[in-house]
Ligand binder design. Structure first.
Ligand code: NAP
Ligand code: ZN
Length: 356
């Protein structure tokens, strides 16, 4: 018998989030039931709750930056026991047998990854998966992450999406390896929000020459404190021009449609700009010439696999890296969304789930 669980849900694209009751399955043999303590607020939660992306089924319970305490485990669970700290990110299952899953790229599962919210729930017929704005969640052990000791739990929550989404492309494009001449790679991070501030911290930790691009002059000091060697106001053409043709890699986290050419022109020969921001409206098409003169690449990246997410959490524990957070009560979630839209968040809201 599924259990009724308190949550916060959007009933439609235009209704604010409000208290609701959802069903959670009883833990099966390989399941872990987690009481949720902290849940980060990702811009993807807002895009989904407001129906900005195609394919949203309401009601929606957002939240995929989940940290909590294990309360119950199934008979075959070996890695977790009641009382353990555990985390859940953007996925709760995948086929686990296709070539992509076998490579640890469950986010690209050929049958489609089952995301933490707004995916078809294979356990509760006719239901969608519901995310972390809730009292508890039941997840197969294979998709539960360990939170290493020493990490602040609320500060660790955003690592489950903002962390892995920035860590994974920075590693994939090998920014942690020096250039051929031994000098550090020059890496740009575009946008200082939830993802961007983690990108700055990781680029710094990987030893890169790190440049932050922001539209907000008020974030210059924070950008440097968080690890940027230099902060560029992206609306200032002369500041941008000073970096023309010089970047090995740029990670673009902006949540709104904008002109990509301004950044493509800053890439060195063979440089890549990777998009992780997923705006409601498409970017204007980039100029072909910006790409062919310089053999530059425009790429994208989606979160990261389960093993890599664990690797990232362990790396964060080793280096003392967590997100900069502003704790909120669940009742303030709609105000938090409005502030996120204005870029007024330093640098991730994290819901204290005790307030639910
Ligand atoms: P966020 O905290 O709201 O940060 C976005 C930042 O983008 C803002 O702080 C702002 O930085 C900049 N920005 C916003 N509007 C802008 C505009 N009109 N022009 C220029 N810059 C603007 O959002 P987030 O949670 O980091 O998420 C960012 C995006 O990544 C969202 O679209 C989200 O859905 C997506 N996402 C993708 C993945 C993936 O796997 N690919 C995973 C998670 C999230 P400045 O003030 O510094 O300019
Ligand atoms: Zn997210």
């Amino acid at each position: 018998m599924p259990t009724n669980t308190p949550a916060f849900a959007a009933q439609s694209a235009t209704s604010p989030l409000a208290a609701a009751s959802i069903e959670r399955r009883d833990p099966g043999a390989t399941d872990v039931e987690i009481e949720i303590l902290h849940c980060g607020v990702c811009h993807s939660d807002l895009h989904t709750a407001r129906g900005e992306w195609a394919g949203v089924t309401f009601p929606v319970v957002p939240g995929h930056e989940i940290v909590g305490r294990v309360v119950k485990v199934g008979a075959q669970v070996t890695g977790y026991k009641p009382g353990d700290t555990a985390a859940v990110g953007c996925m709760v299952d995948s086929c686990r047998t296709c070539a992509h899953c076998a490579k640890g790229l469950e986010q690209f599962c050929k049958s489609g990854a089952i995301f933490t919210y707004n995916s078809t729930d294979k356990h509760l017929p006719g239901k969608m998966t519901y995310g972390g704005y809730a009292k508890s969640i039941v997840v197969d052990e294979g998709f539960v992450l360990r939170v290493p000791e020493g990490l602040d739990l609320a500060g660790a929550a955003p690592l489950l999406c903002a962390g892995i989404t920035t860590y994974s492309p920075l590693k994939h494009w090998r920014v942690d390896e020096p250039r051929e001449d031994g000098s550090p790679k020059k890496v740009g991070i575009v946008g200082l929000g939830g993802l961007g501030h983690m990108g700055v911290k990781f680029a710094r930790a990987f030893g890169c020459r790190t440049v932050l691009f922001t539209t907000s002059p008020s974030k210059i000091e924070d950008g440097k404190r968080l690890g940027a060697d230099e902060v560029v106001i992206s609306k200032d053409e002369s500041q941008m021009q000073a970096h023309a043709g010089s970047f090995d890699f740029i990670l673009n986290t902006v949540a709104a449609s904008h002109n990509l050419d301004a950044f493509i022109n800053l890439l060195a020969i063979d440089g890549t700009m990777c998009l992780v921001g997923a705006p409601e409206h498409p970017h204007p098409s980039p100029q072909v010439f910006g790409l062919i003169f310089g053999r530059r690449s425009l790429a994208g990246s989606l979160i990261g696999g389960i093993a890599e997410t664990q690797e990232m959490l362990d790396f964060c524990a080793e280096r003392g890296i967590v997100s900069e957070i502003e704790p909120i009560a669940i009742q303030d979630i709609n105000t938090a969304y409005e502030r996120m839209l204005k870029g007024d968040v330093k640098y991730r809201f994290v819901i204290d789930m005790a307030t639910l």
